[in-house]
Design a protein around this ligand. Structure first.
Ligand code: HEC
Length: 153
């Protein structure tokens, strides 16, 4: 009886933390960092979607984007989820469904317009773990967008 209860508990915990996805769902979960990566993200409203990055891909802007992406003491950054190299395999990536976007995957990312990236960074992706970053100014978000473009190969 004790063993039975124990196993049930272990199964429930496994489901809750999502460590063994196949216990909860028939479909195995996709690994983080797939390329091409399936994408179901909502589309930005037109006023954002059609925006073009107003910044030049200068060293200064790319460096600033890189710093924001890496994060530090003051801000959490993006690398923890999206990976240091942008490959979608950050330390926390396997906890999230859908998986964090793989920015190194040009096949998926090059088709996403600047304005869409901007909108998701500012407001997050509803019902996913992609958080809003309303503390960032327009310039900082555009610097991040420049850096994300650099990560795509
Ligand atoms: C807590 C984890 C987490 C953090 C931190 C995080 N993201 Fe994400 N991000 C995600 C997940 C999960 C998705 C996938 C959402 C989806 O499929 O709609 C995502 C998706 C995205 C997308 C995809 C947009 C699209 O239309 O496909 C962009 C752009 C993005 N993140 C940028 C960033 C940037 C820039 C930062 C840092 C400022 C950041 N993210 C921080 C988890 C995170």
């Amino acid at each position: 009886m004790f063993i039975f209860a124990h196993r049930r508990l272990a199964t429930i915990i496994a489901c809750v933390i999502g460590a063994i996805g196949s216990v909860c769902s028939a479909q195995p979960l996709p690994p983080p960092g797939e390329c091409p990566q399936p994408r179901f993200t909502g589309k930005a409203p037109e006023e954002y979607y059609s925006r073009k990055n107003p910044l030049e891909a200068s060293d200064k802007n790319l460096k600033a984007g890189e710093r924001l992406y890496a994060g530090g003491k003051k801000s959490f950054g993006c690398a923890t989820c999206h990976g240091k190299k942008g490959d979608g395999k950050g330390e926390m990536a396997s906890q999230f469904v859908p998986r964090p976007r793989n920015f190194a995957c040009a096949q998926t990312v090059n088709d996403i317009p600047d304005g869409q990236l901007f909108w998701i960074i500012r407001f997050g992706s509803p019902e996913t773990s992609m958080p809003a970053h309303e503390e960032l100014g327009d310039e900082q978000i555009w610097q991040l967008v420049l850096y994300l473009r650099k990560l795509a190969k």
